[in-house]
Design a protein around this ligand. Structure first.
Ligand SMILES: Cc1cc2nc3c(=O)[nH]c(=O)nc-3n(C[C@H](O)[C@H](O)[C@H](O)COP(=O)(O)OP(=O)(O)OC[C@H]3O[C@@H](n4cnc5c(N)ncnc54)[C@H](O)[C@@H]3O)c2cc1C
Length: 432
């Protein structure tokens, strides 16, 4: 079958095997060659791609729920959307959620995803109590922060390279409603938005859309969105009118001029200040989920997301250089997101570190990768790193410099998968 990540680049031919019970897996793994799990395919690049993939599509049952503790046990193919559908009406929500609910629990652990509350709640792994992992030799290993700790630390953020995550025990947070109290601030430049992130750190959720093409005194102008779980409002989500992008956008539709225009309109369309308005949780957390196939907007050649993080002390200088380079090169991205992360966790390959993260979508076009190589240099010079789950082109050297605990990860892989049964196109490119 044809397979790609969310960026639709690269598009490869792969053999895909699905399973319903873990008992089927040892036979699959005994087949020669490498394997990698491909779950909902919402990672942007090649981390869930290889010539042979195991899909978790049918491995998607909710097994148990403890309403006293808010602990759910489920198979790793269950999506965040399914958990929300079942548990939000009962007053429970995810403790950490990324900007889409259309991903699996396994994908959330393997990328150790973060949400708008990283500064207050950490990564997805902070709500993972334990999971069962099938290692390369077909053994099932129980992992938690205290049992087989090294395997736990390597698997959370380990991009599927330590084994197949099977059943998972997750902690949910109690909520009173399906709504968020949202405050919006328009910030005139990078200095102002960074100051606002710090000033409003007490908010549970924060994220900013940033105009990556604005230059001069307007460089970094942003719309900062802050939120709190609402104390009132229904627990049912209102119905959403779905939209769809039916075909690939023609070549040339997205260019620096259209993006500049979009950015100007988007920035200008927000009032300077909105306080405490009640919004349903879906548009707050998942604004793009209502548009089916929005990834077609970038045309047939696909797109990539470049997500970097810089340590706090170097963030302002580094972001200024990066925005300056983007503005001058004219590679416009209208989906540009800025966020302040809290402290780093102990996992070996998790992405976040305390500081600012910037995520930018770019259409794949010929000079793009050479340009991103230039940005890589700025990121490394400022002590930062790139996010594996968005990546499709990072050179091995950039990966090694950005992830100083890689040797710990490699040691776990040597112990549990010496033959490298689990590999992806990404892991081979990066020489993990
Ligand atoms: C619109 C959009 C918004 C996003 N916003 C955010 C965000 O705010 N924050 C953030 O952190 N991420 C974000 N992401 C990225 C997304 O959350 C991650 O890429 C996530 O890993 C995708 O999960 P998936 O189920 O689609 O997994 P896939 O894309 O299929 O796989 C991703 C990785 O997980 C591994 N994997 C999946 N299941 C298992 C399993 N059962 N066992 C072992 N390995 C497994 C795969 O091998 C692969 O390495 C966003 C993505 C999109 C499309």
């Amino acid at each position: 079958m044809k397979l790609s990540g969310w960026g639709r680049y690269p598009l490869i031919n792969a053999k895909a095997v699905s399973f319903e019970s873990e008992a089927e897996l040892p036979a699959v793994l005994s087949v020669a060659g490498e394997w990698i799990v491909h779950a909902k395919g919402r990672s942007y690049g090649d981390s869930a791609l290889n010539q042979q993939v195991i899909t978790t599509r049918r491995y998607n049952k909710i097994i148990a729920f403890d309403p006293q503790q808010g602990v759910v046990e489920c198979e790793s193919g269950v999506s965040l959307a399914e958990l929300i559908d079942v548990f939000l009406p009962r007053g429970w929500f995810l403790m950490v959620t990324p900007g889409t609910k259309l991903i699996s629990v396994g994908g959330a652990i393997a990328a150790d995803v973060h949400g708008k509350n990283h500064h207050s709640a950490g990564c997805f792994s902070s709500c993972v109590l334990s999971f069962q992992l099938m290692s390369a030799d077909g053994r099932i290993v129980h992992c938690s922060p205290t049992e087989n700790r090294e395997l736990f630390l390597a698997t959370c953020g380990g991009m599927g390279l330590t084994g197949i995550i099977l059943t998972v025990r997750l902690k949910l947070q109690p909520v009173k409603s399906a709504y968020i109290r949202e405050t919006i601030l328009r910030c005139r430049n990078l200095e102002e938005v960074c100051g606002a992130f710090e000033q409003h750190r007490a908010f549970t959720y924060s994220v900013a859309w940033i105009d990556c093409l604005a230059q001069g005194s307007q460089m970094g102008r942003s719309i900062l969105m802050l939120g709190e779980n609402a104390e009132t409002g229904p627990r049912q989500l209102p119905p959403v009118r779905r939209l769809s992008v039916p075909v690939n956008f023609p070549r040339g539709c997205l260019n620096r001029y259209t993006v500049r225009l979009f950015n100007r309109i988007y920035y200008g369309s927000h009032p300077a200040f909105v306080e405490n308005r009640l919004v349903p949780l879906e548009p707050f957390f998942y604004p793009l989920d209502r548009i089916d196939n929005w990834n077609r907007m970038y045309g047939a050649s696909g797109f990539t997301q470049y997500q970097l993080v810089l340590p706090k002390a170097a963030s302002f200088a580094g972001l200024t250089k990066i925005l300056d380079r983007i503005g001058k090169a004219g590679f416009g991205s209208f989906l540009a997101v800025l966020k302040l992360f809290g402290p780093e966790n102990d996992n070996y390959l998790s992405f976040p570190m305390e500081g600012y993260t910037l995520a930018l979508d770019f259409k794949i076009e010929r000079p793009l990768f050479a340009f991103l190589d230039e940005l890589d240099r700025i990121v490394l010079d400022h002590g930062g790193r790139l996010y594996l789950t968005k990546d499709v082109r990072m050179p091995a050297q950039v990966f090694r410099e950005g992830y100083p605990r890689l040797h710990l990860f490699a040691a776990v892989r040597d112990k549990w998968d010496k033959q490298r049964k689990f590999n992806s196109l990404q892991s081979k490119r990066l020489g993990v």
